[in-house]
Design a protein around this ligand. Structure first.
Ligand code: NAP
Length: 292
């Protein structure tokens, strides 16, 4: 496999984590393509800013190739996939009713505990089991889309790369954004479908699989604006840090899991990607050691 090519496609590249993977990829000298439904760069979320304006966007944004695809139709971009040395799948859902995402990603106006409680209630008030839209299940989004993109990628790579080497040698890298554990209120199928995808991907011939297992994430840099999610997750991080300093890291470590920044996840991803001998699971304990 060519290890020199620094070409990467990020499915979900304009999402909360995906945009950081794109940003750090550009900083590390990769040619980065983002695929998402809208095909647009992450929208500015600064208060009072025109949502369709790219003004004030950081420089890296203009260096990414922002492309459009439906993850359930990866065959439509098969001819493009062969060029990439690495594919990242960074798409998932906490609840099957996705209305929670809009609330979480809106600009922060949480100024006190009452605001935070009302926000959490607005998320919890949605029916997690609602499946009113086609393909809006954990199975479809978190498992099946990852596997069908992997299949199209393998076929595209086989068509692109002359194969003189051992039959089952990897011909591409596939990074799957999984998760550490399911938060308490999230249905069990959230983590079950992540583990099923991990299992299937790790068995695939021709792929070197890297399975990232971040915990809850916040955005350290918020260079695109602070969201309600940032406020809540940063508060959670302060709580976990306090617990660790008062009671030690091992105390309740199965229940109180590390909270990490999107920067740490993205840096850990590239560190493992650039270690040619590595494949398999990257646990949150590794991710949290990265500089913030
Ligand atoms: N956020 C956390 O705290 C956390 C914690 C642990 C693990 N994770 C995992 O990390 C990954 C990324 O999470 P995130 O919070 O960054 O998600 P996110 O902000 O919701 O981003 C999802 C991305 O997927 C794209 N997308 C959704 N449906 C699509 C479709 N049908 N076709 C093409 N693109 C589609 C979205 O772009 P468009 O809307 O433009 O299509 C967006 O770029 C997920 O696997 C998640 O389970 C997240």
């Amino acid at each position: 496999m060519s290890t020199t090519s620094k070409t990467i496609a990020v499915f979900g590249g304009n999402g909360f984590l995906g945009r950081k993977i794109c940003e750090i990829g550009i900083k590390r000298g990769y040619e980065v393509t983002s695929y998402s439904r809208s095909g647009k760069p992450p929208q500015a979320i600064l208060p009072n800013q025109d949502q369709n304006s790219n003004q004030n966007q950081p420089d890296w944004v203009s260096k990414v190739n922002w492309s459009k695809v439906d993850i359930f139709q990866p065959q439509e971009i098969k001819s493009q996939l062969g060029q990439f040395n690495t594919i990242v799948h960074s798409i998932g859902m906490l609840f099957e009713d996705i209305s929670y995402k809009k609330a979480a990603n809106s600009a922060s106006s949480l100024s006190n505990f009452g605001d935070i409680t009302r926000f959490i209630n607005s998320i919890m008030g949605s029916n997690p089991m609602q499946k009113d839209k086609k393909n809006m299940s954990y199975e479809a989004v978190q498992r099946d889309s990852a596997l069908s993109i992997a299949e199209e990628y393998i076929q595209a790579r086989k068509d692109t790369i002359p194969r003189s080497n051992a039959e089952d040698e990897p011909i591409g890298n596939y990074v799957y954004i999984s998760a550490d554990k399911a938060p308490p209120i999230i249905p069990e199928r959230y983590i079950k479908t992540k583990r099923e995808a991990e299992f299937e991907l790790s068995k695939k011939l021709y792929l070197r699989s890297i399975l990232m297992r971040p915990g809850a994430m916040y955005d350290e840099t918020h260079n695109l604006g602070t969201t309600k999610r940032d406020v809540i997750l940063k508060s959670l991080k302060i709580g976990v840090d306090l617990k660790n300093s008062l009671l030690g890291q091992n105390f309740l470590s199965n229940l109180v899991r590390p909270v990490v920044s999107t920067t740490q996840v993205a840096e850990a991803l590239y560190d493992k990607l650039e270690d040619p001998g590595f494949s398999g699971v990257v646990p949150v304990e590794f991710i949290e050691k990265e500089p913030k």
